[in-house]
Design a binder for this molecule. Structure first.
Ligand SMILES: C[S@@+](CC[C@H](N)C(=O)[O-])C[C@H]1O[C@@H](n2cnc3c(N)ncnc32)[C@H](O)[C@@H]1O
Length: 301
């Protein structure tokens, strides 16, 4: 086991720890256990009667989380499962209600540099993007097999790129000569479509950022999974229990915001964060991944 697991800094951890405290026999579900950073933070406050139930769809993350949490005195169960199946999986474990559900969405920094993930537009790798390798469709399948209009719609809907039609047209033109199978080639094609050469657009993001985000969301059914998770949460939280979600782009954040608002209207939740909590400048300096994070918390009534 390398030190990455131990060195990982969980996003907004201090804020979370201030907002949420668990009883020693509390049960926490970490829906995205990753390297186990958040679970370690809360797990250290639990006694032998307490439990952490972790979910992750990526095998290496599960291995790292086991390593991070090995000294906790509470019970630790880590499931290689999608959080969209949270209700069924907890039921299988004989768990009915829990004190806290946390979802720190997206990917770990380690995934970006992992060649097997195929997520990076800065390092050339096979164009895969499946975080869960049990999924069948890769980003290359979508890029090479989707018709131009549907591809443009996908880039617009999940990447919010206004140049989606032009990008889709360039992709379709280029794949005629040979299939697009690497992140580097796709990145080059997007840059060409936008008349840019890999430099940051409007001084902010790489030109391929939005197209890559769109494909990752589509390959991993990210928004659908989040909707399913949020729909299950009210049935799983004890009264006064908390749900906290850390999201990294506006599509996710909007889903969380609307879900919390609707549940508050129905008297099911009390929203704790009227506005999403964002990291401090110091936290962003220490941890670049935190820069676009937004945390929302609600309490079950
Ligand atoms: C940002 S990382 C979580 C980091 C973690 N909070 C920590 O402190 O180490 C997100 C993790 O969620 C996992 N993940 C993404 N989508 C998932 C899903 N639908 N179900 C379960 N895990 C998922 C990813 O594989 C990744 O390991």
């Amino acid at each position: 086991m390398n030190n990455a697991a131990v060195n990982h800094i969980p996003v907004l951890s201090e804020t979370l720890a201030k907002q949420i405290s668990l009883p020693p026999d509390g049960v926490m579900v970490d829906a995205t256990i990753g390297q186990g950073g958040h679970s370690l933070l809360f797990g250290q406050t639990l006694g032998p009667e307490g439990a952490i139930i972790g979910f992750d769809i990526e095998e290496n993350a599960i291995r790292r989380a086991h390593f991070t949490l090995k000294n906790l005195v509470c019970k630790v169960i880590i499931l290689h499962c999608n959080f969209s199946e949270i209700s069924e999986q907890l039921h299988k474990q004989g768990i009915e209600k829990v004190n806290f559900i946390l979802a720190d969405l997206g990917i770990c920094s380690a995934h970006l540099t992992d060649v097997k993930m195929g997520l990076s537009f800065q390092v050339d790798m096979p164009l895969d993007m499946r975080i869960d390798k049990r999924l069948k469709t890769t980003a290359a399948d979508i890029v090479n097999e989707t018709d131009e209009k549907s591809l443009a719609d996908l880039i617009y809907r999940f990447g919010q790129d206004r140049a989606s039609r032009r990008i889709a047209r360039f992709i379709v033109q280029h794949r005629r000569s040979r299939p697009i199978t690497t992140t580097g080639r796709l990145s080059q094609i997007v840059c060409e479509a936008l008349g840019q050469h890999g430099e940051k657009r409007k001084g902010r993001i790489h030109p391929a950022t939005r197209t890559f985000q769109a494909l990752r969301i589509a390959v991993n059914n990210e928004l659908e999974n989040l909707e399913k998770l949020l729909a299950s949460v009210p049935g799983l939280l004890k009264r006064q229990g908390h749900i906290a979600v850390i999201s990294f782009h506006s599509l996710e954040d909007r889903i969380v915001k609307n879900n919390f608002k609707q549940n508050e209207k129905e008297g099911i939740y009390r929203i704790i964060t009227k506005k999403p909590i964002v990291p401090t400048r110091q936290e962003i300096e220490k941890n670049r991944r935190a820069r676009s994070a937004k945390l929302r918390i609600a309490q079950r009534q």
